[in-house]
Design a protein around this ligand. Structure first.
Ligand code: NAD
Length: 484
């Protein structure tokens, strides 16, 4: 059993109350580590350390801050294999995915923001004969970052890196379901020479440790990624104290395949966009909309490919679909599959548990599941399932595709598959989402705005959008009287 520790004021510490809870490995269903059950006392220490560190960190030149953050990036790279294995064990995701996506992206997040601050510039507004204005951008102070379990170090670093780069000190909490790589990051930060208190990582439950970060009067902004219902609670608390909030929440994304799409490419990528990370990526296309002219052919080819996906323990290089993150989550996904049947859906493939050989026979494995025959407005097609479940729906024209895509409370992302340039631009413009991919999925450029509309959240992460969120603009007006 590994005891995970909090990282506060540059040291690794047990929680003040000495309490821990189990960290379960989804691949086996067994506990393999203990997580600090931190509360407001640990958060108090973390905030105080961050407050003390703020003048030192914000007083450094951008070149000095950049160098430290680059060393963190290099430290992640040097431990890529170890971190990937830890991520796969903690989350249940295939090791191949952790090695090729999660950990490289965490490394790149630090490098991206470490270098972005070297190229930042501020605005000047000229008033001609009257003078001019210039805009100073100042870090906010102590900020809170709270992240989910689906892409643990990837999303944790996506928040922490810009917050630190902009000169803030951070109190962060990873998901209690997947805390291991954030714990390993603590040592990497120490080795990188990050001054004590600049980054503090408090482990524990959302309602105790997480909410204490949000409620603390000293945290000036909260960057949160997680479920929409949690986002509502956080927004309510933060609004009372006029805190800045960036909320990246749930999704119910439409993947739209038009009749003129590149069939093979759309097919191949749609399997990935439906089931990558066991369908537990906020950007997964959980509703596959297919033009009626190709519906049957596409459906049959899609189901054939999905049936061929290899569900297996995540440490195996051949595993394509690993374990879902927890028993509770598996039960939730199964309940949605039952709901889909009650709502009149037909399960074309999947829907059942997979039981690998011991010691993985108590892990949380589910077959990738494809369902058709449901109304776009039923609960299965309106609510976020966040698992290896995709529904298929036919449509007759562009307007209908857009109407179905926009019909949910969510508005995170969408993919469009077509060779018609006019259609691609027209439909992209009409989709009520923050991110549209044309003839691709999850192609990411870290400079672009990232975020959703409606119940998928508010604010944008990414590039200078994130650096702006984590800083406060101040206008300085210089009046230049005429020289007589
Ligand atoms: P969650 O909302 O249950 O938890 C997210 C984090 O918030 C965890 O660290 C948790 O401990 C913390 N938390 C919970 N209650 C809290 C409270 N009252 N105060 C403060 N913190 C609290 O979400 P999850 O189950 O970990 O993640 C899955 C959800 O995340 C899905 O809805 C998914 O769509 C969403 N997600 C969104 C994006 C995006 O970019 N929009 C990315 C990944 C995941």
């Amino acid at each position: 059993m590994i005891d995970i520790q909090n990282y506060i004021d540059g040291t690794l510490r047990a929680p003040v109350n000495g309490e821990y809870f189990d960290n379960i490995e989804p691949a086996t269903g067994k506990a393999y580590a203990r997580i600090p059950d931190s509360n407001e006392k640990d958060v108090e220490h973390a905030v105080a350390a961050a407050e003390r560190a703020f003048p030192i960190w914000s007083g450094m030149s951008t070149a000095e801050r950049s160098a430290i953050l680059m060393r963190v990036s290099e430290g992640i790279n040097a431990k890529l294999d170890e971190l990937a294995h830890a991520e796969s064990k903690d989350n249940g995701k295939p090791i191949k995915l952790a090695k090729s996506v999660d950990i490289p992206r965490a490394r790149d997040n630090f490098a991206f923001f470490a270098t972005a601050i070297l190229h930042d510039e501020n605005a000047m507004h000229d008033m001609g004969q009257n003078g001019f204005n210039y805009t100073l951008r100042k870090p906010l102070g102590v900020v809170g970052c709270i992240s989910p379990w689906n892409l643990p170090l990837y999303l944790f670093s996506w928040k922490i890196a810009p917050a630190l780069a902009a000169g803030n000190c951070v109190v962060a909490k990873p998901s209690e379901v997947t805390p291991m790589t954030a714990f390993l990051l603590s040592s990497i930060c120490m080795e990188a020479g990050m001054p004590p208190g600049v980054l503090n990582i408090v482990h524990g439950y959302g309602q105790s440790a997480g909410q204490a970060i949000v409620s603390h009067p000293t945290t000036k902004a909260i960057s949160f990624t997680g479920g929409t219902s949690t986002g509502k609670i956080i927004a309510g608390i933060a609004a009372q104290q006029f805190k800045k909030t960036s909320l990246e929440l749930g999704g119910k994304n439409a993947n739209i395949v038009f009749g003129d799409a590149d069939f093979d490419e759309a097919l191949k990528t749609s399997v990935r966009s439906s089931f990558a990370n066991q369908g537990q990526i906020c950007l997964c296309g959980s509703r596959l909309l297919i033009h009626r002219s190709i519906y049957t052919k596409f459906r049959d080819a899609f189901v054939e490919r999905v049936k061929a996906l290899r569900v297996a323990p995540p440490h195996l290089e051949t595993s394509q679909v690993g374990a879902v993150v927890s028993e509770a989550h598996r039960n939730k996904i199964e309940a949605y599959i039952e709901l889909a049947k009650e709502e009149g859906g037909t399960v074309l493939c999947g829907g059942k548990r997979v039981v690998p050989d011991a010691p993985f026979n108590n892990g949380y494995y589910l077959e990738p599941t494809v369902i058709e025959g449901l109304s776009p407005h039923c609960r299965t097609n309106q609510e976020e399932i966040f698992g290896p479940v995709v529904t298929l729906m036919p449509f007759d024209d562009d307007d209908e595709a857009v109407a179905i895509a926009n019909s949910t409370p969510y508005g995170l992302s969408s993919s469009i598959w077509t060779h018609n340039l006019n259609r691609a631009h027209r439909v992209a413009e009409k989709l009520d989402v923050g991110i549209v991919w044309v003839n691709c999925w999850l192609v990411r450029d870290l400079r672009t705005p990232f975020g959703g509309t409606k119940a998928s959240g508010m604010g944008r992460e990414g590039g200078f959008y994130a650096l702006e969120f984590f800083s406060e603009p101040k206008n300085v007006c210089i009046h230049l009287p005429r020289i007589e």
